[in-house]
Design a protein around this ligand. Structure first.
Ligand code: GRF
Length: 199
């Protein structure tokens, strides 16, 4: 069964998925950015990479259509966003509803959007973390699959916080993907139930 990973940059979450790819027959990485560092990493793992440069398309709809055509050629069981920096149209999101996942660097529903670590410090939040969730049309609001929390320390800066959250991201995203690929996740209304959360 196949997995498509969408990236735009560094690709460290993608890498954590590639490290843990047991149970996945085929992985394809698509980048919206031709200069994404993650492309090189993916190639080093022997994974097929494709660039769909958002700047080559006149608008979001045209980009999303090209992206969907490319994804559908692989008939993936799951599409995993991993640092994918384009906002997807509702039509795109609905097309993959229930099989489109994202990792977000905060404990959703707190701190949706960008700049989460700086905002966590600003708000004086004491517990921070990351969330894997299904993607729905409302940005950073879909059903939550798994979260990991870390304490915010008095000495923390945006960078130290980002580093510790990222370590957790690299643990939980492969778990969530594995559960999905092994049919261990069911959705009740808007709630995710993990049937067997063993490692
Ligand atoms: C991660 O913090 C992820 O949670 C967010 O964007 C960042 C991507 O990092 N969506 P990477 O490209 O996976 O290294």
């Amino acid at each position: 069964e196949s997995l498509v990973i969408l990236i735009s940059g560094r690709g460290s979450n993608m890498q954590s998925l590639l490290e843990a790819r047991a149970q996945i027959d085929r992985v394809t990485v698509i980048s919206s950015n031709p200069d994404a560092m993650g492309l090189e990493t993916a190639r080093n793992y022997g994974v097929e990479t494709i660039v769909i440069d958002h700047r080559s398309y006149p608008d979001r709809q045209a980009f999303d259509t090209a992206l969907a055509e490319c994804i559908d050629a692989y008939q993936p069981k799951l599409v995993a966003l991993a640092g994918f920096m384009r906002i997807l149209s509702d039509r795109f999101v609905q097309r993959y509803q229930g099989r489109l996942m994202n990792i977000h660097p905060s404990l959703l529903p707190a701190l949706p959007g960008l700049g989460t670590h700086a905002r966590a410090l600003q708000e004086g939040i004491k517990i921070h973390g990351c969330t894997v969730h299904f993607v729905t049309p409302q940005l950073d609001h879909g059903p939550i699959v798994i979260q990991a929390a870390i304490p915010v320390l008095p000495s923390d800066t945006e960078e130290t916080l980002a580093t510790r959250v990222l370590q957790q991201e690299h643990l939980i995203y492969p778990l969530a993907v594995r559960w999905f690929m092994e049919d261990r996740i069911i959705m009740n209304e808007n709630h995710v139930e993990v049937l067997d959360s063993s490692i």
